[in-house]
Design a protein around this ligand. Structure first.
Ligand code: VAH
Length: 317
């Protein structure tokens, strides 16, 4: 049975129904510090602040949990607005999860991020094992998570697994305060106003992935046979593009779409992250292969959001 923290977040919202479709609704207990009617009606839910270890222990033991999927976290941009809270939630949350995993023999999946890298890391085709000196509180806490996960794996035998997500683009769930959020906002603006003022500069290249690929990658690493895995944390990516290149892909379907640039502090964060990453270990060891490239991602986002906003897309050229 699975326990999912951060079920209301960008990834949690979509991973929850995906996981339930794989293992059965009643085999997944969702949790968060917020909830919604939709979430409560969708299956088992328990209120859980990841800082409250006793409550987490109660939920895990009373529900016979064997796997924890730990999504609760503060992302890069929101973390810079409140570094003290990001430090607390991100480090204590994973520590509580790992302590309970060690005590009760649980498996843990907790995502990491390309934000673990910094300006002294090679920016192109960044390998799995390289310099990790991040500049954001979010990145610092995720380096801590990676090392702690490895430590609990080596010392207490915890089956800890992690993917370094790139920016994740999704049509359903809004992102929650990251540097890569522009990649989602741009589609809503393109369809609703025809214009987007981007908070990153035109040339800020970042690795990205479409949500369906993210869900598959996450499921694949969770279910991969342990003896195929030679490391606890893997780079994964699908495509890399700049805001200008994404705008171009949108113009393919919406020729009148325009973009302007007003880079803010998030552009300075983006410039310290890799422009592209090397995920060959994930491809070799557990068969990672993304399905969506830039144009496929843009077309699918526009089709889904046009239906949501009831906007007519011009016929394909
Ligand atoms: C962020 N979307 O922007 C997150 C991500 C690739 C970075 O972890 O903070």
């Amino acid at each position: 049975r699975f326990f999912v923290t951060g079920a209301c977040g960008q990834i949690g919202q979509e991973f929850l129904p995906f996981l339930r479709s794989k293992v059965g609704v009643d085999n997944v207990v969702a949790s968060d510090v917020r909830t919604s009617r939709k979430l409560l009606d969708s299956g088992p839910f328990s209120y859980c602040d990841v800082l409250d270890k006793d409550n987490m222990a109660r939920i895990i033991l009373e529900n016979g949990i064997t796997h924890v999927v730990h999504f609760a976290t503060l992302l890069s941009a929101i973390g810079e607005r409140n570094p003290a809270l990001a430090l607390k939630v991100n480090t204590h949350g994973i520590q509580n999860v790992l302590d309970l995993a060690a005590a009760h023999g649980l498996s843990v999946y907790a995502p990491s991020t390309i934000a673990v890298f910094g300006s002294s890391t090679p920016r192109h085709n960044t390998p799995d094992d390289t310099v990790m000196r991040p500049h954001t509180m979010y990145g610092i806490t995720k380096v801590h998570q990676e090392l702690l996960g490895q430590y609990y794996h080596d010392r207490y035998g915890v089956d800890y697994r992690s993917l370094r997500y790139p920016g994740i683009i999704s049509a359903n769930a809004p992102p929650g305060g990251g540097t890569t959020d522009y990649g989602v906002e741009i589609f809503g603006a393109a369809l609703q106003t025809g214009h987007y003022n981007c908070f990153l500069d035109s040339d800020a290249a970042l690795p990205m992935m479409y949500m369906p690929d993210c869900l598959e990658a996450t499921w694949q690493i969770i279910t991969a046979p342990r003896d195929h895995l030679k490391q606890t944390t893997y780079n994964v990516t699908a495509v890399s593009f700049t805001p200008a290149e994404l705008a171009e892909a949108i113009r393919h379907r919406l020729p009148h779409f325009s973009i302007s640039y007003s880079p803010d502090f998030r552009d300075s964060i983006a410039k310290t992250w890799p422009a592209s990453i090397d995920d060959s270990a994930a491809r070799q060891q557990w068969g990672w292969a993304p399905k969506f490239d830039l144009q496929a991602l843009a077309d699918d986002m526009l089709t889904r959001l046009a239906a949501k906003y009831k906007v007519q897309l011009p016929p394909e050229l």
